[in-house]
Design a protein around this ligand. Structure first.
Ligand SMILES: *Cc1c(COP(=O)(O)O)cnc(C)c1O
Length: 412
C-alpha cells in the first residue's frame, strides 16, 4: 500500500498537477528535514489509507444505530470498532471518537459539565495552558471565568499548593489539568483530591501524553478524571482528531455535547483511521515505541543540558522537552528561525520564569522514523552547533539531510 495512494495512482498528478506538486513537496519536506515539533508524528500508511478512503463520502449525523442519514450500516461498524478499541486501550467505560480535534473535545467536555459564566481552574497560558484553557482569544476565555494556576519559577513543576489554595478560594465548577508544554507526568491523584475537596469536576486534557498512556509509558488519567479529552494525532500517531473518555454516568451527556451540541456529521474516514490507530497502539510494538520515545527524550534532554541549554524541570518524563537557549546567546524566537533554516523544525514555548520564549521539542516523530539514543546525541550537538555558530546553515542542512536520509518515514 502506498503512502499517498492517489499520487502513486497518478490520478491527482494528471488531473491537478498543481496540487500534486504541493502534496509531494510536503512529503519531501517531511522526509528531508528533522521533525521535532512535539505535537507531530508520522501516521502509518494504514492510517493514511483509511483517511483517503471512500468513507470520506459518507454523511453520518448521530451515533451508530441512531443516525439521521440512510446507508450508515457499514460506517456504524467502523465507529463501534473505534469506540470498543478506545475503551479497551484506556480502560474507559465510555469513549466518544467523533470530536473533530483536541479543541473540539475540550469544547464538548465544557459543554457537558459547565454553563457559561462558570469558574474553571486551569494551568495559566503563560505556563503552558492551551488556548482552550481560558485564552481571551478563544471561546473558553470569553464564555467561562478562568483562574490560572502556575508552575514554580525555579523548578518548572506545577505549583500544587497553589492549585489547592486557588481551588479553595474560587470554588471552581471544574479543574483542568493538562498542558501543551509540560515535560513531566501529571499527578492526577492530587488533582482528583483537590477537585473532590471543593466539589469540582476534574477534566484531564491529555492531548499530548495520551499516546504514552496507550503504550504504558505514562500514568493513565482515566481512573481519576471525570472526563479525559485527547487528540489522536500526537504521540498516539493516528489521524488528526479528538476523543473523549469518561465513565458510564457521563456517557450520554458527553455524546450529546459532541453531537448535536457542538458538531454536525461525524467524519467517518477519520473515525475509521482512529480505529486503525487504536489497533496499532494495542500492539507490543507500540508499547516498545512509547518507551523508546521517552528514552530518546531523556537522552536528548541530557544532551541539550550538556550543550548549555537550560532544560525546564531538569529533564523529562515524556516525549516533550522545553529548553531556554539564552545561555547560547539567542532567545527562543530567534533560535527557532535559525534552526528552521538549517532543517531543524521545532516550536517556541513559554518558560516558567516568563521572561523570554523557550524552545519545545518532542521525540514522537523521530522515534517513529526509527531513531534511537545515538541519533538523539547527534541532534543535541547539531542544535547547539547551529545556535553557537559552530556549524553554518548550509553544512547543518546537509548534516540533517544525511541523518534523516537513513530513517525515511515512509520507505519507498
Ligand atoms: C494539541 C492540544 C489541544 C488541541 O488539539 P487540536 O487538535 O489542535 O485542536 C488541546 N489541548 C492540549 C493540551 C493540546 O496539547
Amino acid at each position: 500500500m502506498s503512502v499517498v495512494p492517489v499520487i502513486e495512482a497518478d490520478v491527482l498528478r494528471r488531473q491537478d498537477p498543481e496540487l500534486a506538486e504541493i502534496l509531494l513537496g510536503e512529503l519531501a519536506r517531511q522526509s528531508t528535514t528533522l521533525q521535532l515539533v512535539a505535537a507531530e508524528n508520522f501516521s502509518s500508511p494504514a492510517v493514511l489509507a483509511a483517511l483517503g478512503s471512500p468513507l470520506a463520502n459518507k454523511y453520518a449525523e448521530g451515533y451508530p444505530g441512531a443516525r439521521h442519514h440512510g446507508g450508515c450500516e457499514i460506517v456504524d461498524v467502523a465507529e463501534r470498532v473505534a469506540v470498543e478499541r478506545a475503551k479497551a486501550l484506556f480502560g474507559a467505560e465510555h469513549a466518544n471518537v467523533q470530536a473533530h480535534s483536541g479543541s473540539s473535545a475540550v469544547l464538548a467536555a465544557y459543554a457537558a459539565l459547565l454553563r457559561p459564566g462558570d469558574t474553571v481552574l486551569a494551568l495559566g497560558l503563560p505556563y503552558g495552558g492551551h488556548l482552550t484553557h481560558g485564552s481571551p482569544a478563544n471561546f473558553s476565555g470569553r464564555w467561562f471565568d478562568f483562574v490560572g494556576y502556575g508552575v514554580d519559577a525555579e523548578t518548572g513543576i506545577v505549583d500544587h499548593a497553589q492549585v489547592r489554595s486557588l481551588a479553595r478560594l474560587h470554588r471552581p465548577k471544574a479543574i483542568v489539568c493538562g498542558s501543551i508544554a509540560y515535560p513531566r507526568h501529571i499527578d492526577y491523584a492530587l488533582f482528583r483530591e483537590v477537585a473532590d475537596e471543593v466539589g469540582a469536576y476534574l477534566i484531564a486534557d491529555a492531548a499530548h501524553p495520551i499516546g504514552l498512556v496507550a503504550g504504558g509509558a505514562a500514568p493513565n488519567p482515566v481512573p481519576y478524571a471525570d472526563i479525559v479529552c485527547a487528540t489522536t494525532h500526537k504521540v498516539l500517531r493516528g489521524p488528526r482528531g479528538g476523543m473523549l473518555l469518561c465513565g458510564s454516568e457521563l456517557a450520554e451527556r458527553v455524546d450529546r455535547a459532541v453531537f448535536p451540541f457542538t458538531q454536525g456529521g461525524a467524519q467517518m474516514h477519520t473515525i475509521a483511521a482512529k480505529a486503525v490507530a487504536f489497533g496499532e497502539a494495542a500492539t507490543p510494538a507500540f508499547t516498545a515505541y512509547a518507551h523508546q520515545v521517552v528514552a530518546n527524550a531523556r537522552v536528548l534532554a541530557a544532551g541539550l543540558a550538556g550543550e548549555g541549554f537550560v532544560v525546564t524541570t531538569g529533564g523529562t518524563d515524556t516525549h516533550l522537552i522545553t529548553v531556554d537557549p539564552l545561555p547560547l546567546g539567542v532567545d527562543g524566537r530567534a533560535a527557532r528561525g535559525q534552526l528552521a533554516a538549517a532543517g531543524l523544525v521545532l516550536d517556541c514555548c513559554p518558560l516558567p520564569h516568563g521572561d523570554s520564549r523557550g524552545l519545545r521539542l518532542g521525540t514522537a516523530a523521530v522515534t517513529t522514523q526509527g531513531m534511537g539514543e545515538g541519533e538523539m546525541a547527534t541532534i543535541a550537538a547539531l542544535l547547539a552547533g547551529v545556535l553557537r555558530g559552530r556549524v553554518d546553515t548550509r553544512r547543518a542542512r546537509d548534516e540533517v539531510r544525511d541523518l534523516v536520509g537513513g530513517f525515511p518515514p515512509y520507505p519507498g
